[in-house]
Design a protein around this ligand. Structure first.
Ligand code: MN
Ligand code: MN
Length: 305
């Protein structure tokens, strides 16, 4: 039993190590004029080279975008000279997931440094109190207070979360504000959780809504429950995406032939979840910091450091 637990923990650690290495390399590529697509593909290929698999498409969200942005297959977008870039990476080893994000500020004068630091500080303060027996309410409270003390707003409808095998959003939900969330949950030793504070500036509403950056439809999907389908294109697509075992995948990972028809058919049959880009409601700038941890009796082990 103990050996089995250690075997699983080692897979979480391997995923975290791969993620941390690739994250560092990827940050170096986030530069004015570089293609977003180039960075996303670099991340996903590098993860595979190192023996992992992407747990979800490389998310590159800029400025008021908070999450779920990933370039399309023919995306020509490049980083701008003042972009505030959230790079959110997922790696799995045999289904055991690491999830981590950093914010890269491309504005030369460091004018967004306070906002970036607010999310990082909130993450660090949260990590300090995580141990067996801690309540998610305490974590939410320390995140909210740390962000507000620095003069920024936490984003109320984006949350940290548990991780489980082939499940990138398992219970419990760990909000970034201490509103009444049904008393919360108590973390126990060997729970795996991702903590991810998001902060926005004075202009922001502190809330995200769907529909980012003037882009079209979603680029990220996941398979809910496979059922028999008749349309040939849909059948082929269904077979192609089963291998992700319910984890999110990018449209650009799929065979292009009659792809929109196939996606629409599966979506209409209730088999696909779509992840539209989430952006700050009032277009406030958004920063994010995220690590994955293993809860221990006396603290926590960060797998993605
Ligand atoms: Mn993430
Ligand atoms: Mn996450």
């Amino acid at each position: 039993m103990v050996e089995e637990v250690e075997l699983v923990l080692d897979k979480y650690r391997s995923a975290g190590r791969i993620l941390a290495e690739v994250r560092e390399e990827a940050v170096g590529l986030v530069k004015e004029g570089n293609l977003l697509l180039e960075v996303a593909e670099f991340v996903e290929n590098r993860v595979r080279e190192k023996g992992g698999e992407p747990a979800f498409p490389c998310n590159i969200s800029r400025n008021e975008e908070a999450a779920h942005a990933t370039p399309s297959g023919d995306d020509k977008t490049v980083f701008g000279n003042a972009d505030l870039v959230k790079l959110d990476l997922g790696v799995h080893v045999d289904g055991f997931i690491a999830d981590s994000a950093v914010t890269v500020d491309l504005s030369g004068g460091g004018e967004n440094e306070g906002l970036v630091r607010a999310a990082e500080a909130a993450l660090n303060e949260a990590l300090k109190i995580i141990r067996d027996g801690v309540s998610t309410v305490e974590i939410s409270e320390i995140i909210e207070n740390t962000v507000r003390e620095r003069g920024y707003k936490p984003i109320v409808n984006l949350t940290g979360h548990g991780l489980a095998r082939y499940n990138s959003h398992a219970p419990p939900t760990i909000p970034n504000v201490k509103y009444e969330h049904g008393g919360g949950a108590v973390l126990r030793e060997y729970d795996i959780v991702a903590i991810e504070p998001f902060a926005t500036d004075a202009r922001g509403a502190g809330k995200v809504v769907e529909g980012g950056g003037g882009r079209g439809s979603a680029e990220i999907f996941s398979l809910l429950r496979p059922r028999p389908v008749r349309v040939r294109e849909a059948k082929r697509l269904l077979e192609a995406v089963k291998k992700y075992r319910g984890l999110p995948f990018a449209k650009r990972w799929l065979p292009r032939e009659r792809l929109d028809l196939a996606l629409r058919t599966l979506k209409n049959a209730g088999m696909l979840r779509e992840y539209p880009v989430l952006r700050e409601e009032e277009k406030g700038l958004v920063s994010q910091a995220e690590h994955t941890v293993i809860v221990r009796w006396d603290g926590c082990e960060v797998t993605t450091k």
